[in-house]
Design a protein around this ligand. Structure first.
Ligand code: IMP
Length: 180
């Protein structure tokens, strides 16, 4: 799998260290409160588990599934919820856990839905951020790493359901991924 990467951007050690820093910042900010971590399936699962175990504040976890209406992502952001939350977020301190914010359209859709359920607070924590691709402004409160405008995989991020299990994050060779 590593051979399909043009370049490794972040090693497992760097990822661990950065997640610990972000977890410390979140723990400071939410001291004395209980968090509800809402992770977006499937990409954010690796990030969620590493982040959650490094938090020093109590946290519940739940999952949201997203299905794209647009195979090949020709129309980014045209999505729907394929698996809803099991828990009620009314009056909860909700932190949405994402794998990557790209155009921002997916998160805009999700944040609209979640804010309608009246959480006490609603914020975003993303593993990766591709700010140069943003089409809509998203209030990202916590981000581990910025990445260039290239297709990246690993540590939960996939291409065609592959590469999620790579322990590092890297740029996929462009002959494998043509398009973005
Ligand atoms: P957005 O709606 O354009 O912000 O897209 C967010 C979603 O697109 C992410 O949750 C990922 O599933 C997917 N995505 C965007 N860029 C990448 C990438 O470089 N690698 C893998 N998935 C990506």
């Amino acid at each position: 799998m590593h051979d399909d990467l043009e370049k490794i951007l972040f090693t497992h050690e760097q990822i661990h260290q950065r997640i610990a820093e972000v977890a410390a910042a979140i723990s400071r900010d939410y001291e004395g409160r209980e968090l509800m971590l809402v992770a977006v399936l499937k990409g954010a699962v690796f990030f969620l588990t590493h982040l959650a175990e490094a938090l020093t504040v109590p946290a519940q976890i739940d999952f949201l599934g997203i299905a794209s209406f647009s195979p090949g992502r020709v129309l980014p952001g045209v999505v729907r919820i394929s698996k809803d939350l099991d828990l009620d977020i009314l009056d909860k301190e909700v932190l949405v856990i994402e794998d990557i914010v790209d155009t921002g359209l997916t998160l805009r859709y999700l944040l609209n839905i979640l804010s309608g359920r009246q959480p006490r607070s609603l914020a975003v924590c993303t593993f990766l951020d591709k700010p140069t691709r943003r089409l809509v402004e998203i209030p990202v409160r916590y981000s581990c790493f910025e990445v260039p405008d290239r297709f990246v995989v690993g540590f939960g991020l996939d291409y065609n359901q592959q590469y999620r299990t790579l322990p590092c994050v890297g740029i996929l060779r462009s002959h494998i991924y043509q398009g973005k």
